[in-house]
Design a protein. Structure first.
Ligand code: BES
Ligand code: ZN
Ligand code: ZN
Length: 507
């Protein structure tokens, strides 16, 4: 989608449709909003007529279409819900609903009246960003395997009008930045949606190499031979059952600041998680192509970091393997030795994410001595049970890092909820025969013991872990409960969140 900024009033622009936000109407409120007088005039007073008929209420997800009497324009009144609750997230959703309402309905260009999306909690710059987010993310479709598709809005214009024309320069900058970030989010969704027959560990390595060439980043791929030399018994164990061997992929972005800090971003990249010998039930197994979402998010974060030139140096690490029950699969009872020297007793081959991450975390901490490590992983079903489909679990051993991520979460709308990590959980992952065990064989605290396991491999480094098993993917069963700008399938959760964190993380 292309974006433009226009100083004029929305009604003066030459677009197929204009979108106008309408805050929820109070029970006793009877006057038609004066702010919409100009549009009402242009639409033959039909807006105020339907207001008077109480057809329009401004409820969330309420969209009413009006046609100009001369046939030369369409207007979408988009409900924003209660006036006091109109924030950036409301505007993201409203913009997404507007572009979706126009899908397959002959509108190629769409204009937004900025003034109708600005509120106390959503100042003009935030509103412009939110409109860009909603329109671009909300119109995303995964088209790689579709032979036909319906037309969607191709061009979005934000109309500043008299009220905001003077702020054109900063608003244009905000628009361009957000557009660049969202372009990466869409690119990330496209990679994450590719199924496991194509998206093998080597295919992901190829995507990383291409990205490296495009952006001038150093990319290193460790194949199974190199991983054996490096004593990465964790990732080799998990990948052992597949004919597509594992890869540890490292991308380096040098950083925009002269003496910025180094942040390592590490992702779980299981291209398919059958469970291995501890095999999963058939129902829902197809979702497990999503189990690479953490690693693909890392690819997107590095792409965004380099495109937007964030201050810190960023080391992206993708731990990629396919978890299948082939003849040389790792087994329950095996003990694997990881890069750090620590050993893992494998009690359940389906708890494979933490096993591949043990090598990735151990390697990046030893080799780069980063100031901070952030990992993203579709790690546990338990986290989805606890937090639902749209919130990631956040664990951290460092308050400043946790706080920084919570702030980035507020700004981007990508929700996180901090969960605890205590000695109880550390105790629960101790092993009888090795250093740690990959499963407690208990149902209690599944997301928390997984985090305690990972903590073993970062030592004293400041570290945050995001369990993205819920928000990484939108299933048809949960689609109506999550944000409208999240398409079916991969959401690229974490890209906007962590990039935002990196933008603010100067030193
Ligand atoms: N990839 C899954 C986590 C998952 C499961 C995400 C269901 C979304 C929905 C992970 O590898 C896994 O299988 N975890 C097990 C861990 C258990 C065996 C200790 C789980 O959550 O059941
Ligand atoms: Zn698993
Ligand atoms: Zn998994």
């Amino acid at each position: 989608m292309r974006f433009a900024l226009d100083r004029r009033e929305a009604a003066q622009g030459n677009v197929d449709a204009i979108a106008v936000g309408l805050p929820g109407r109070a029970e006793k409120e009877d006057a038609f909003p004066r702010a919409l007088a100009r549009e009402d005039q242009a639409y033959g007073k039909l807006l105020s007529a339907s207001w008077d008929h109480r057809e329009i209420r401004g409820k969330r997800k309420e969209i009413t279409t009006f046609h100009r009497p001369d046939g030369k324009g369409r207007l979408l009144l988009v409900g924003l819900g209660p006036r006091t609750g109109v924030d950036a997230e409301t505007v993201r959703n409203a913009a997404a609903e507007a572009v979706r309402a126009l899908k397959g309905r002959g509108a190629r260009t769409l204009g937004f009246k900025l003034a109708a999306f600005v509120s106390e909690q959503c100042p003009p710059e935030a509103a412009v960003r939110a409109i860009v987010d909603g329109a671009s993310l909300g119109s995303y479709e995964f088209l790689r395997y579709k032979s036909a598709h319906e037309g969607v809005v191709e061009e979005t214009t934000v109309f500043l009008g008299d009220e905001f024309a003077r702020e054109e320069a900063p608003l244009r900058k905000a628009m361009e930045q957000e557009e660049a970030l969202d372009e990466t989010v869409l690119w990330t969704r496209d990679v994450a949606n590719v199924p496991a027959d194509t998206a093998t560990p080597e295919w992901l390595a190829e995507q990383a190499r291409e990205l490296g060439k495009e952006l001038g980043l150093k990319v290193t791929v460790f194949d199974e031979k190199k991983l054996a030399e490096m004593q990465c018994g964790g990732i080799l164990g998990v990948g052992g059952g597949s004919s597509h061997p594992p890869r540890l992929i490292v991308l380096e972005y040098a950083g925009g600041a002269r003496s910025g800090k180094t942040v390592a971003v590490v992702g779980k990249g299981i291209t398919f998680d059958s469970g291995g010998l501890s095999i999963k039930p058939a129902a829902g197994m197809s979702l497990m192509k999503f189990d690479k979402s953490g690693a693909v998010a890392v690819l997107g974060i590095v792409r965004a970091a380099a495109t937007l030139k964030v201050p810190p140096r960023v080391i992206g690490v993708m731990a990629c393997a396919e978890n299948l029950p082939g003849p040389s699969a790792y087994r329950p009872g095996d003990v694997v030795r990881t890069h750090s020297g620590k050993t893992i007793e494998v009690l359940n081959t389906d708890a494979e994410g933490r096993v591949v991450l043990s090598d990735a975390l151990g390697y990046v901490v030893e080799r780069y001595r980063p100031d901070e490590v952030i990992d993203l992983a579709t790690l546990t079903g338990a986290c989805v049970v606890a937090l639902g489909p749209d919130i990631a679990g956040l664990f951290a051993n460092d308050e400043a890092l946790a706080q920084g991520i919570v702030e980035a979460s507020r700004a981007t709308g990508e929700s996180v909820w901090r969960l605890p990590l205590t000695d109880t959980h550390r105790e629960m992952v101790k092993s009888e025969v090795g250093d740690v065990r990959n499963s407690t064989e208990l149902r209690e605290a599944g997301a928390l013991t997984a985090a305690a396991f990972l903590e073993t491999f970062v030592g004293k480094t400041a570290w945050a872990h995001l369990d993205i098993a819920g928000p990484a993917w939108t299933e048809p069963s949960t689609a109506r409960f999550v944000a409208s700008y999240l398409n079916r399938g991969a959401t690229a959760f974490g890209v906007r969140l962590v990039t935002r964190y990196l933008q603010g993380a100067a030193r």
